[in-house]
Design a binder for this molecule. Structure first.
Ligand SMILES: *Cc1c(COP(=O)(O)O)cnc(C)c1O
Length: 409
C-alpha cells in the first residue's frame, strides 16, 4: 500500500467545530422540541452587498460575449483590484505598498497554509495560545512542529495570551524564525495598539524573524489607537507578510477572495547562503500551484472599494459589533468575565471566581439555555475554562439567545 504523510498522525483527533456540531446534533436528537441558537458560528450570516452583486453581474455579462470574455487572469490578480487595494487599504492611510506586492487569492486560510511552503521546514515558529487552529495544523502537516511531548510541540514556542497580559503576548526570550500574529484576534477578540505591535516589529528586525500577520478582522477595529495593518508600524515592510480576507468584512466566506501582501524588501536564505526575495518565491509558488481567483469574484471584490462598498463594510461590521456588545453585556451580568467585543465580533468569556472546564460550560449552556458556544480549549491550552461566542447570528436571534441565557443561567 502507498505510504502517506506521517505528519497527519500528529494532528488532533477531531476538528473542533465538527465535535461542536456532533454534540449539538446529539442534543437535538433527544430534545427535538428545543431550538438551539448558534452562538458558536465562525461564519457570517448577512448577504452580499448590492454593489457586490452588481459588480459580479457586470463581470458575468462581460464573460458572456466573445469581445470581453476573460480566460486565465494576471498571476497576482487583476490590476483594477490590486490598484484599489493599494489606494484604499494602504496609500490613503499613508502606507507605502505597491501593486506588485499584492497577491489576490481565494481567502486567508489557503494563503496562511500555503505560505509555509516558502520557508524551510527547520524554521522555528511562535504561535499564540489560544489561536486560530489552522496555524498549528498547517505547521504540523508541513513537518515543522517537531516532536509532540507533554501536550506541546518541541519546535513551537507558545505565546501565552492571558487576561494578565490583556491577551497580547510578551516577546520571546529567544530567537524565533517565523511568528504568527492575529489582531483583532480570533478567539480572544483582543486588538493590539501601535505601541505593543512596534515591540514585535523591533524584535523581528533584531532577530531577522518574519511575522505572518493575519488581519482578517481589520474592518472591526473602532478604537483609533488600535492597529488595522501591521504596515502602520514603521519598518514593518522589512519583517512582515500581511494576510487579509473579504470573508468576515464583506460576507465573502462562500465567495472566496482575499489577498496577501509580500513586500519586495523581504529576503530569505537558501541553504547555500544565497539570498532570495520572498516576494519572488511566493510568486513562483502561486504560479505553480494556483491559477487565480475568478474574474467575476474579483469584480465583486473591486466593488467593495467604491463609496457604497466602503459604507456597506462599515455598516456590516457595525451590525455584528452590536450583537457582540449585547452578548458581552448579558454574560457580564451573569458572573462571567468578558473580553473582546469592542474591536471584534468575538466575545471571549470565563466564569468569574472559579474555574469551569470549557466543555462543561458548553454542555451547560446547550442544555439549560439551548444556545451553542465554542469551547475555548479547542483554540489551545490557555483557552481552557473559556468559551467563545460570536456576533455573527442575526440581531433578533442574538437578543432571543441572551434573553434565554439571562432567565435560565
Ligand atoms: C475566518 C478566518 C480566516 C479565514 O478566512 P478565509 O478568507 O475565509 O479563508 C483566517 N484567519 C482567521 C483568524 C479567521 O478567523
Amino acid at each position: 500500500m502507498i505510504s502517506v504523510n506521517d505528519n497527519f498522525r500528529l494532528l488532533p483527533e477531531s476538528y473542533l467545530f465538527s465535535e461542536v456540531g456532533r454534540r449539538i446534533r446529539e442534543f437535538k436528537k433527544v430534545h427535538s422540541d428545543k431550538d438551539v441558537i448558534r452562538m458558536d458560528i465562525g461564519d457570517v450570516t448577512r448577504p452580499l452587498f448590492p454593489c457586490v452583486i452588481e459588480g459580479m453581474k457586470e463581470g458575468l455579462e462581460e464573460m458572456s460575449k466573445d469581445v470581453s470574455f476573460k480566460g486565465y487572469g494576471p498571476e497576482q490578480g487583476y490590476d483594477f483590484l490590486r490598484n484599489a487595494i493599494v489606494e484604499f487599504d494602504y496609500s490613503l492611510k499613508g502606507i507605502k505598498i505597491s501593486a506588485d506586492e499584492i497577491f489576490v487569492g481565494d481567502g486567508a486560510k489557503s494563503d496562511l497554509g500555503n505560505l509555509g511552503e516558502i520557508f524551510s521546514e527547520k524554521c522555528s515558529i511562535a504561535l499564540m495560545d489560544p489561536a486560530y487552529p489552522a496555524y498549528f495544523d498547517d505547521n504540523v502537516i508541513d513537518g515543522r512542529a517537531g516532536r509532540f511531548e507533554n501536550g506541546k510541540f518541541s519546535n513551537i514556542l507558545y505565546l501565552d495570551c492571558l487576561p494578565e497580559n490583556g491577551f497580547i503576548p510578551t516577546l520571546p526570550d529567544r530567537k524565533v524564525d517565523l511568528i504568527y500574529l492575529c489582531f483583532p484576534n480570533n478567539p480572544t477578540g483582543a486588538a493590539i495598539s501601535k505601541k505593543e505591535l512596534k515591540k514585535w516589529v523591533d524584535y523581528a528586525l533584531e532577530n531577522q524573524s518574519i511575522i505572518i500577520y493575519d488581519s482578517a478582522y481589520e474592518s472591526f477595529v473602532r478604537e483609533s489607537d488600535k492597529v488595522r495593518s501591521i504596515y502602520e508600524i514603521e519598518n514593518a515592510d522589512q519583517v512582515a507578510i500581511e494576510v487579509r480576507s473579504f470573508s468576515k468584512t464583506a460576507g465573502f466566506t462562500g465567495v472566496r477572495c482575499g489577498y496577501t501582501v509580500v513586500p519586495k524588501y523581504l529576503k530569505g536564505l537558501y541553504a547555500n547562503g544565497e539570498k532570495v526575495s520572498l516576494n519572488s518565491l511566493w510568486l513562483r509558488r502561486q504560479t505553480t500551484k494556483f491559477n487565480g481567483v475568478s474574474y467575476v469574484t474579483q469584480k465583486g471584490a473591486f466593488a467593495l472599494y467604491s463609496e457604497e462598498g466602503r459604507k456597506s463594510i462599515k455598516e456590516n461590521s457595525d451590525y455584528y459589533l452590536r450583537n457582540a456588545a449585547v452578548i458581552a453585556g448579558s454574560l457580564g451580568e451573569k458572573g462571567f468575565k468578558v473580553y473582546g467585543a469592542k474591536n471584534s465580533p468575538y466575545v471571549w468569556a470565563c466564569l468569574e471566581g472559579g474555574h469551569k472546564d470549557s466543555w462543561l460550560l458548553f454542555q451547560q449552556l446547550l442544555e439549560e439555555c439551548n444556545i451553542s458556544v465554542t469551547p475555548g480549549i479547542g483554540f489551545g491550552s490557555h483557552g481552557d475554562g473559556y468559551i467563545r461566542l460570536t456576533g455573527f447570528n442575526s440581531y433578533e436571534n442574538t437578543l432571543k439567545a441572551m434573553e434565554r441565557f439571562r432567565s435560565r443561567f
